[in-house]
Design a protein around this ligand. Structure first.
Ligand code: AMP
Length: 596
């Protein structure tokens, strides 16, 4: 691993880096900084927010800026006002010891006259949201003919927000000999088109897996009755006393309703959505950033401007319509090397989406049981006891009251005192959960039918769930159960991994593994070879019909689900056509209807 000192920075920049407390370059920085400092090449960096990408482009950009000239030299385009301000602040930090660098943030919702005045005085770097920059170009205030470097930050977000035409328009204003850098969490067709059109022979750098959510994020879901969603949300919050997370809803109305109910029920929560004024949104975001709020209920659009690194949870109260949005949501947790948890509340009709998401993020999603009242009470109690154990009691004021308190409580023995304190503290939980009914999952009593992979393991003692995987080897490859077990044993670290049903076909096969080990097996086998053939393993596609998703007893139905994940639907193949119709009927349309 390199140090910042090895990357070619001037002493002024190195001093700023030290003051920011950065000790080692993050991977995106290690890759991008040397290229930016020594080469003129265009760069595409696929990196999520939170990977250190601002410093990756910002530090070399600041170093390369000629502060003797009064011309605009660099343009950074980004999707939101908040990101625009954040990048501007970061650049100001980087340039603390390197002369009079003039950076201007240009975004909507702020006085355009001030921005015009600042542009007239001369700036070196413009950080802009596309809409306001177009406005300033139209008024003749922003002149980009001297720009030599363009950075497109969070390019995928800009495209999601409909800025494609504006980006095209802006890039037409910048001389063609410029250098262009594109940062994006994902590589979509639209991003590739921009790259082809505006970049020349770009070097592509991928941090983490392409189009996958953060490595450290685990994905789980609760199968719930639609009417119980809010109650389950409360149970999740109650069973995670240290939770610091965003709850994503689909509409502004739903966002406000969920937030209002949580507030009314005593949770430290608030709403963030587009019906609030900019000032209200700023206040809520600030409260959340400094952790004065534990739960933020938000729409996707409103949450875009919020960048928080240490969320413990992302909760999908409603799954997004677009699977891509799920990756953005879940990528908000598990940052900066920390573990993150993405939870989804899913009703029966939406369950097929989980299968699509598993393929999208290339990870197995775990079905979780709804926390029971006694589990919640026990977690809360243990958390509270931990707090008692670690609390610092050095307030002088308390000392003054102690003799009186001791006298008043002198007739209670230790046991009774503990009992009373606990019951006071736990009034709400005990009332809510002690006598309350447990919430039932819609599949209660039919778990076997819905077990991932369809059934319990053949070993009688196995109590876990299985995930069904596809492998690109079949009987014609000389691949039989013995070879599968050997392949798994050879490529995993000597643990006993429960294997379920194995379905061998001619050129490919399916097998079930313990859900908790599915990711490990996918990763391990995808790097393996079998008789010199590269092995490919992925999660098998499930049927879309909820009521039969796990039932392998009906072999006709099983045929539908046992298709190769990569096989295209063909007009000639009647069974695939039927499946597709079924998909549509039970799928997106139903999904939309039920979530409006
Ligand atoms: P970004 O992906 O640019 O939003 O950065 C995410 C966070 O990482 C920010 O809070 C940065 O201040 C921080 N950061 C960036 N580079 C480093 C580094 N080399 N060491 C430690 N923290 C860093």
């Amino acid at each position: 691993m390199k140090n910042f000192e090895d990357l070619g920075f001037t002493p002024g920049i190195l001093k700023a880096i030290r003051e920011l407390g950065f000790e080692q370059p993050m991977p995106v920085q290690e890759n991008v900084i040397p290229l930016m400092l020594s080469d003129e090449c265009d760069i595409i960096a696929l990196a999520q927010t939170g990977t250190g990408k601002t410093a990756a482009f910002g530090l070399p950009l600041v170093q390369a800026t000629d502060t003797e000239s009064n011309n605009v030299q660099s343009l950074i385009l980004c999707p939101t006002r908040e990101l625009c301000m954040q990048i501007t602040n970061d650049l100001a930090d980087y340039s603390k010891h390197t002369g009079r660098l003039k950076i201007l943030a240009v975004y909507g919702g702020a006085s355009i006259d001030n921005q015009i005045r600042a542009l007239k005085k001369g700036v070196h770097i413009i950080v802009a949201t596309p809409g306001r920059l177009i406005d300033l170009i139209g008024r003749g205030a922003a002149k980009l003919s001297t720009v030599t470097t363009v950075i497109l930050d969070e390019a995928d977000e800009m495209l999601n927000m409909g800025f494609l035409d504006s980006i095209n328009e802006i890039l037409e204003e910048v001389p063609s000999g410029r250098r262009t850098l594109l940062f994006s969490a994902t590589m979509s067709k639209e991003i590739a088109t921009i790259a082809r059109k505006y970049m020349s022979d770009p070097v592509e750098i991928t941090i983490g897996t392409k189009n996958a959510t953060a490595e450290n994020v685990s994905h789980s879901y609760y199968l719930v009755h639609a009417k119980d969603k809010y109650k389950v949300l409360k149970r999740i919050a109650d069973s995670e006393p240290g939770i610091y997370g965003i709850i994503f809803c689909r509409t502004r109305k739903e966002t406000q309703e969920v937030a209002s109910m949580l507030i009314e029920d005593g949770y430290n929560a608030d709403a963030l959505h587009g019906d609030l004024s900019q000032a209200q949104r700023d206040t809520v975001m600030q409260k959340f950033r400094v952790r004065n709020l534990q739960l933020l209920v938000a729409t996707d659009v409103a949450a875009r401007g919020l960048d928080v690194d240490d969320l413990t949870h992302v909760i999908n109260f409603s799954l997004p319509e677009d699977l891509e949005v799920y990756t953005h949501r879940s990528g908000r947790t598990g940052r900066a090397g920390k573990k993150g948890i993405s939870l989804s509340l899913v009703n029966l009709r939406e369950k097929y989406i989980i299968n699509q998401l598993e393929k999208k993020v290339k990870k197995a999603f775990k079905a979780l049981p709804i926390p029971t009242g006694s589990e919640i009470c026990s977690k809360q109690l243990l958390n509270w006891i931990k707090k008692i154990e670690t609390v610092v009691t050095e307030h002088q004021e308390i000392e003054n009251f102690l003799p009186e308190i001791e006298e008043k409580l002198s007739n209670l023995d230790r046991e009774e005192l503990i009992r009373r304190v606990v019951s006071l503290q736990f009034d709400r939980f005990l009332d809510d959960y002690r006598h309350g009914e447990e919430l039932k999952s819609p599949i209660e009593g039919r778990e076997d039918e819905f077990r991932k992979g369809g059934r319990k393991g053949s070993g009688k003692s196995y109590e876990g769930t299985f995930k069904r995987l596809f492998i690109n080897l079949g009987k014609t490859d000389g691949f039989f159960p013995e070879q599968l077990i050997e392949l798994i044993n050879k490529n995993t670290t000597g643990k006993k991994i429960p294997i379920g049903k194995i379905d061998l076909l001619k050129t490919f096969s399916f097998f079930e593994v313990d859900t908790d080990h599915a990711d490990e097996i996918i990763n391990a086998l995808n790097n393996a070879k079998f008789n010199d053939r590269r092995v490919a393993v992925e999660i098998a596609q499930e049927k879309t019909d909820d009521h039969s998703s796990g039932d392998r007893s009906d072999r006709k139905k099983a045929k539908w689900s046992d298709r190769r994940p990569d096989r295209k639907r063909s007009g000639k193949n009647e069974s695939f056509r039927r499946d597709f119709k079924k998909d549509k009927k039970h799928g997106k349309r139903e999904y939309k209807k039920n979530n409006r």
